[in-house]
Design a binder for this molecule. Structure first.
Ligand SMILES: [Zn+2]
Length: 553
């Protein structure tokens, strides 16, 4: 393939796979075929951006037939391409322990779901254990509400069964002991510097006076910190690191700080570990063997965490990094979402415009969708852009076989068809699965049609799906016939419909609107939690009787 063809082919392939092509994925594929283009990366990028834009206007079917013409080998491979998770280093069957480490300071979103699942799936793969570890050592931000919500997301929604659920805050006394060990080894000291002057020293790579305190004095100050004798911000425990280190993280980082914020479970503690100490040491205490994390974590922190483990005599875990997920098209920062909720712009953390797990669940995204996405993108080194359309593409494929079909009319308009004989119309709940049973509509002469369908030309033949044919006469609509095959014409407009006297009120919550329409009678019996398809409209999840949340087309 020449360059132009390669760009188009891979953009098509990626779009088909994920609903929307990701620039990063296409670039890396194209460079694989045309490594000489590395020299023109900016130009290549803009060609790819333009191509992605062009093909995004095509329907999936068109994309597929284009790719079939251009590079059929890329299409055929797709089925068997279901990736297995790559092996982890030093993994022994039955001995692998992974962990899911959320900070309970917000509601989890799709990015969290993927990282949760990667850890759970690896534990499954090696028949090992997976620990759900709440990193709740930030008392200002962490709440019980978020712990409960995440627990429900992980176990109730995503269906992960952690072998153990722990709060890191429960391990605080043990962490104090580890800190004391460092002090006794001369590897940590209590620093009483003001924030700004320490910042200057670290910037210049100079030690502060407190670093020269002896072990005895440090132990005494540490005891005072724990006993509440120092004010917030006036004392911290620092690692005796390397003030001249090129990696700034190593310049005597803070390990513990004082906070007056009341922890939701442990109100008695006021000295709290910072992230690197907490994260590294809790993994060790819990016996984690394999850490899987996104490569945005970077190597600077890894150096610090490895040193802490080494100083404390813990074996280091095997760390595997994967490409980060960029969540696009929706707010994901907890603080921004919270503020928008407070301003009344969102109805809550489950607002249908958000990609929090609460919102996705309510909109009918199946838990299997996240699992499939992990299988497809989970452990590559490439960055993956994920927006709602990526989830929708997988979800649609899964739902197509499961969801029952119903007629729904968003903007009903009543029409009368003169001389329609009246009949009982039986329709399958699922077009390909007779066994699911039927829905019954009793057609008389008054029908509800979609407003945009009600524009008829005189003398032309129209069809109500599975019901009857009619024509437009000069001042009315007239029954013509019932048979479909006999009178069918190419390009004929087939309309869905409702019996005017039996239609029920249906509300559909869309991301940007609430639609009050009409549906067929049986919809009143759909149970909350069920996901169905409204024909020619899209998939929806029943939220409460008569109210549905829009999933996607
Ligand atoms: Zn100091």
């Amino acid at each position: 393939m020449d360059l132009k063809q390669a760009i188009r082919a891979y953009a098509l392939k990626n779009a088909l796979q994920f609903g929307k092509a990701s620039e990063g994925a296409v670039i890396s594929k194209v460079l694989g075929l045309h490594p000489e283009e590395k020299a023109n990366i900016a130009k290549l990028r803009s060609l790819i951006t333009a191509e992605i834009q062009t093909i995004s206007t095509l329907a999936a079917e068109q994309q597929k037939s284009e790719l079939e013409k251009l590079a059929p080998e890329l299409l055929e491979k797709k089925k068997e391409e279901k990736r297995v998770l790559p092996e982890l280093p030093n993994a022994v069957q039955g001995k692998v322990v992974t962990r899911i480490p959320p900070e309970p300071s917000k509601y989890a979103h799709v990015g969290h779901a993927l990282s949760f699942l990667i850890n759970a799936l690896y534990a499954e793969k090696y028949q090992g254990k997976c620990i759900l570890k709440f990193e709740d050592t930030n008392p200002e931000k962490c709440t019980k509400e978020y712990v409960d919500a995440m627990l429900e997301d992980v176990t109730g929604y995503l269906g992960i069964r952690p072998d153990k659920v722990v709060l890191v805050s429960d391990e605080l006394p043990r962490m104090y002991q580890e800190a004391e060990k460092l002090i006794k080894d001369g590897k940590a000291y209590v620093c009483l510097c003001e924030r700004q002057s320490m910042q200057d020293l670290r910037h210049r790579g100079k030690q502060c006076a407190h670093r020269r305190h002896g072990i005895k004095r440090n132990l005494q100050l540490w005891e005072e910190m724990l006993a509440g004798k120092h004010a917030v911000g006036s004392a911290v425990l620092r690692l005796a690191g390397e003030m001249a280190a090129e990696n700034q993280v190593m310049r005597d980082p803070v390990l513990f700080r004082i906070s007056d914020a009341e922890h939701f479970k442990h109100a008695q503690f006021r000295v709290w570990p910072l992230y690197d100490f907490e994260n590294a040491v809790s993994d060790c205490i819990l016996g984690v063997t394999h850490i899987l994390r996104s490569n945005e974590f970077g190597t600077m922190r890894t150096e610090l965490q490895s040193l802490l483990k080494q100083l404390l005599g813990f074996p280091d875990q095997s760390v595997t990094q994967y490409g980060r997920f960029n969540i696009t098209g929706a707010l994901t920062k907890g603080r921004e979402i919270r503020e928008a909720i407070e301003r009344g712009e969102f109805i809550g953390w489950d607002d249908p415009r958000l990609v929090t797990l609460k919102a996705l669940k309510r909109r009918g995204i199946l838990p299997e969708t996240f699992r499939e996405l992990v299988q497809e993108v989970g452990m590559t080194q490439n960055e993956t852009n994920i927006d709602f359309s990526v989830l929708a593409a997988i979800n649609r494929r899964l739902l197509d076989k499961r969801a029952n079909r119903y007629f729904f009319i968003a903007q009903p308009e009543k029409v009368h068809i003169t001389a329609a004989p009246g009949r009982r119309v039986e329709l399958r709940l699922h077009p390909e699965d007779e066994r699911r049973g039927h829905r019954v509509l009793i057609a008389k002469q008054d029908f509800l049609l979609e407003k945009k369908d009600v524009a008829f030309e005189k003398g032309k033949l129209y069809r109500l799906m599975d019901c009857l044919n009619f024509t437009k006469e000069h001042d009315h609509l007239a029954f013509h016939s019932e048979d479909y095959e006999l009178y069918r014409k190419d390009g004929e407009r087939i309309m869905h419909w409702l019996p005017a006297d039996a239609a029920v009120d249906i509300t559909v919550v869309m991301p940007d609107a609430v639609i009050k329409g009409k549906g067929e009678p049986l919809l009143a019996k759909v149970k909350p939690g069920d996901i169905v398809q409204f024909e020619r409209f899209g998939f929806v999840r029943c939220d409460s009787p008569g109210e549905f949340w829009f999933s996607h087309r």
